[in-house]
Each structure stands twice: as C-alpha cells, then as structure tokens.
Write a new protein. Sequence first.
Length: 279
Amino acid sequence: MEDLVAKTREICRIFDIKPSRSKGQNFLINERIYNDIILAAEINSNDEILEVGPGLGFLTVRLAKEAKRIVAVELDDQLATYLKMGFAARDEEKVKIVNEDVLKFNIGAEFTKKYKVVANLPYNITSIFLRTVLTGKHKPELLVLMLQKEVAERIIALPSEMSMLAVSIQYYADVSIVKKVAAGNFWPEPKVDSAIIKIQVRPKKYNEQQDKLFFRMVKSGFSAKRKMLKNNLAGGLQIDAKIIAAALQKIGLDLKIRAEDLSLDNWRLLFAELTVFMV
C-alpha cells in the first residue's frame, strides 16, 4: 500500500492536483481493494464499462486490461487533463476520457447495448445518479460502486429500516455489500468508512407509466416519517382513508404500520390494490 500512497502523492505534486473534499476526491490506495472491485464487476473481454470518477486512473488501467472498452467520465478539469495525457498513447476506442458532469452525460449516445458501471461516487450525487441510470432507457446490467458505508447500508436495508432510496434501488435490482472499506485505505483519509456495493439489475421490461405511479405511491408513503403509512397515503394520493385501510388489511398489514416497515413485495401488493384509485 505504501508504494501506491507514494505514487499518488507524487502524481498530485507534479501535476499540482489538490484533492477536494467537497468533490469527494479521496484516492483509493490499496491494491487489494482494486482487485476486489474488478472481481465484483465480473468483467469479460466483451464488456463495455462506464467508469465514473476515475481520479488518477489506477482502476481505469485495470479495467482496460479486462474489458473491451472504457468510457471514464471525470468532472474535475485537472484530473481529466492528467488522464487524457496518460491515456493519449492508447487507442481511444479502448479508453475514452470525458471531462463532464456525469449527471449531464448522455449515456444512451455512448452505450447502445449492454454496459456495466464502476464508480467511486461522491455522496452528494449518489441518489440522483442511481435514479438516472436505473430509470433511464439504457439501464446498465451491473453496477459496482464505492459508496459511503452508511449509504450502502441504507440501499440494502430490510423492513423496519427501509427508505425511499432502498425501495427505489431494490425495485430494479438485487443489491449486496461486497466489502466494507476503512477510511485508512484512501488518501487523503476521509472522515467516514466506505463500502463496495454490487447492484445486479434485473433483466426485465419496465412500464414507465406504471413505474411513475408506483413511485408516486412510495414517495407519498415516506412523506412524513413519524406518521402512519395509511395517513401519508391518504393525504398524498388523495384517496379515502377507508380505502387505504381496506387495502392494508387485505394484504395482511397492520393499520398502524409505517413506510419503513414494508418490504418491496409489500409495496407491490399495496400498489396492486391502490392503482385503480390513483389518478
């Protein structure tokens, strides 16, 4: 690990790169964890990869050895310039560096078929990025992400600790934590621990209109955390409370239940009962 620390520091010194906490720029300095990410992504020679936040390109190099093509999207101008210099001698068909905000990046224009996502996501864009890629027309088949441990744990949550984020991700994919990563594996060292999370997107067709109605219901359910689910739904969906109560009873749920106590299957069953009343 010391060699990678020294190399990281030296690159930053030479190219005057000053890691920014506000941008989540904490560089991974443990070779073994890079290997864990590669293994989790199950990369083969036909894979196309969207890498978000490539940083100094240590993971990009490893991905390029395994995959068919890498598109690395880096917001920071200095890092993007460094990466373009480093990969200039390589075939752009293999590694393409894009200096852009990934939230504005046109994924569909770059990936027309199957692709995977490998990313070290800053906390402040995690939810919106996942919502964007999972609800878009060009969904990835697999995502392997380095996230703050707390966020990863929220995503894989079970009933009694469910959140809007957990329901949103689990609706589209099977999720699991691959490995927890202590803060000391990064430079500069962040204040929190991280985790590698694997998100395996289910290969099925989704109905955009039905999805919107489903998440409108879920959002209403979580609208006031301390309130009972039936009250949140009645207010948010403008459906008579008696109808909500009857639906909850029909699927075997307590009338005093709160949104965080429902499983994804519970939400699906509830949606089947209420969808006819939603306008």
